[in-house]
Design a protein around this ligand. Structure first.
Ligand code: NAP
Length: 246
């Protein structure tokens, strides 16, 4: 594909799979991380040695808009432009709604929603200049259907869907597509707090009868970034093994 792809939360499970699949396609990769520096550095080394592409790592706390702006500026300086932006960084928060912690809720909205908007705002002008670009937001099946005890998470992911639809209309005339991927249960660190029984219940309720993988999500992101996907925009596409059945 010969593109430059910026992936936030690239140190996590889905982010790592995204990096690998884009690198395999011959893309240069901007690996964003926050606390997992070792994972990010190991990934950079693996991508560069396996796929012969250029990968750079950047640290930024997605709760801090100044850090996001500096990160975007540094990435643009390094590569000149970003062809594909994937807003993937995110956190889960399990709590009964009425017992939720205000600080954690504010952090969740900053990381899951505001960071995607701030980073997109910074990267967009370079895409508009080239009259080309792909923006992919990683939402969740809970952003479509809502989940009990994950009300704030569900609301943040639903807002990403609204952001996607509206921005797609605004930037379509500039040759840029904006889409959402709504994963179901994906086997990553984010779900490590769930006990075996809860995981089994989810798998049993999934028509495809298995947990999802980062690669399941990454394959769709790669497709959405290709030239042949240029007429798909404003969409939210589920990668959930049929869980929601929508
Ligand atoms: P993960 O393995 O826990 O990775 C989360 C990523 O977010 C990490 O790279 C982490 O960076 C980054 N992050 C967390 N807090 C941050 C902060 N304050 N600033 C910057 N980055 C921060 O989770 P995942 O499963 O890959 O999830 C990726 C995306 O998919 C998320 O948006 C999630 O909501 C969504 N999703 C996941 C599932 C699932 O079942 N796993 C389902 C639906 C949607 P560091 O580790 O470097 O701090």
């Amino acid at each position: 594909m010969n593109k430059t792809v910026l992936i936030t939360g690239a140190s996590g499970g889905i982010g790592k799979a995204l990096c690998k699949q884009f690198a395999k396609e011959g893309c240069n990769v901007v690996i964003h991380y926050f606390s997992s520096e070792e994972k990010a550095q190991a990934l950079k080394a693996e991508l560069e040695s396996t796929y012969n592409i250029k990968a750079i790592t950047f640290k930024a706390d997605m709760r801090d808009s100044q850090q996001i702006k500096s990160f975007a500026e540094a990435a643009l300086k390094e590569f000149g432009s970003i062809d594909v932006l994937i807003n993937n960084a995110g956190v889960a928060y399990f709590s009964l709604f009425q017992l939720s912690d205000d600080r954690k809720v504010a952090d969740l909205f900053d990381i899951n929603l505001m960071s995607a908007m701030t980073l997109t705002k910074e990267i967009l002008p370079s895409m508009i200049n080239k009259h080309r670009g792909r923006i992919i937001n990683i939402s969740s099946m809970w952003g479509i259907s809502g989940a009990s005890c994950e009300v704030h998470y569900s609301a943040s992911k639903a807002a990403l869907i609204g952001f996607t639809k509206a921005l797609a209309k605004e930037v379509g005339p500039s040759g840029i597509t904006v889409n959402c991927i709504a994963p179901g249960f994906i086997d990553t660190e984010m779900n490590s707090c769930l006990d075996e029984e809860s995981v089994k219940e989810i798998v049993d309720a999934t028509p495809m009868g298995r947990k999802g993988t980062g690669d399941d999500v990454a394959s769709l992101a790669v497709y959405l970034s290709k030239d042949e996907a240029g007429f798909i925009t404003g969409q939210t596409i589920s990668v959930d093994g049929g869980f929601l059945g929508n």
